[in-house]
Ligand binder design. Sequence first.
Ligand SMILES: Cc1cc2nc3c(=O)[nH]c(=O)nc-3n(C[C@H](O)[C@H](O)[C@H](O)COP(=O)(O)OP(=O)(O)OC[C@H]3O[C@@H](n4cnc5c(N)ncnc54)[C@H](O)[C@@H]3O)c2cc1C
Length: 398
Amino acid sequence: MSDVPEPAGSAGLLISGAGSVGSALALAAAHAGVPVTLIEKRKEEGGRQDPRLFALSEPSWRWLGEIGVLNHLGVPASPIREILVEEPGHPPVRLDALDVDLPVLGYTVWASQLEDAFGRAVRSEPGIRFLPGTQIESLVAGRGGADCRLQTPQGAGRLIAPLVVIAEGRPPGWALGFGMRSVEEDTGRTALVIPLATRVRPVFAQAYEQLAGDSLLAILPAATARSVVTWTLPRAAARRFMEAPPAGRRGELARRIGCNPEAIVWDGDPASFDLLTRRVDPPCADRVLLIGNAAHSIVPFAAQGLNLALRDARHLVGAFVSSRTAGQDWGSREWTARFWTGRARDHRRVDGLTVGLPRLFALKDPLSRLIRSGGWAVVARSPGIQRRILMRGLGWNP
Ligand SMILES: Cc1cc2nc3c(=O)[nH]c(=O)nc-3n(C[C@H](O)[C@H](O)[C@H](O)COP(=O)(O)OP(=O)(O)OC[C@H]3O[C@@H](n4cnc5c(N)ncnc54)[C@H](O)[C@@H]3O)c2cc1C
């Protein structure tokens, strides 16, 4: 077994998983002067087919600029200046960037292009030692750090790090042995991702969210006058849609959006994502911390998952830096637990948006409808409430 040599200088951070979250964390840590080893199971770079269009909030976008990702995004992003939210039969609510004194609320970017930009940024950052085709085989936590056995393309390797951050998109099998319990729930819902070659709602820089019982539909604007519909609905209904002939699909989607069927021009096949929610409790142990989908996975309603995980990554780097400056050990059980306790409020807030709101809209009894109807009218008329909703959606904790 060969020792994977430590980066020069002080002991570094080991991050496992070079998806969006692991890569962002690696770049931010390297920019802050923390030596990083980033390992990734896949050997090849990019090339993954992913039809999703991600909506990233203005604060997330700005941070991606600061850590050097946007320089590597060779395509234009599409701005979102306003969000139109409606429940059919009620007045729509318009949430405008100007309500929070911002030029834009965020941007949309193709998931595959964001992944490629992360790949290029990681490979060109001298503070990151990137090891593709490598995974953790076993890990033993001790006072000096986590002693990791690695599987590398060259054979077995070994590395000791004060903290190992798992960003593998799911919790590793060995997490249970560290006292971490993963609670997963199948929501019984499926998100359909439907790329369109047109803007079905032809308003520039507008995102549209429709809440109608158990159907949640979002239309995001993409660059070059395209758009993507993300439609979350009960699994059986989603399956029926996927199995219907193109004309049937077109009719159903047009009815739901309230547009002419002719306006719907497919831009590739729809894809479906069965939605599970996951929460690992606790998402940390001595010398180990889980982040991103490895720690928590939420439904894509309101485009919060990656935005929340990027905020976690940003806070994590802030926590390393202040502990290092204060000469404290970072990575101990107390340290990792303290980090996640500090992030609990933001996570509760996002759960309120992604779990609470769809539940509220799924209630069909007359009293709930009446309360909602009154609520819509109040929100539609109150700039103060609209501002608070936007601040929460953007991740600014009031
Ligand atoms: C339909 C849909 C739409 C969404 N839209 C939005 C949106 O608009 N805005 C938003 O903020 N969020 C959105 N999300 C959420 C977003 O997709 C996730 O939050 C985000 O992709 C999580 O990234 P991750 O890096 O944690 O995981 P992943 O992207 O899964 O990355 C994990 C990485 O780890 C690697 N890996 C796996 N196992 C190992 C191993 N053993 N060793 C080393 N490496 C390993 C994988 O190869 C991969 O590269 C959406 C989700 C869905 C389902």
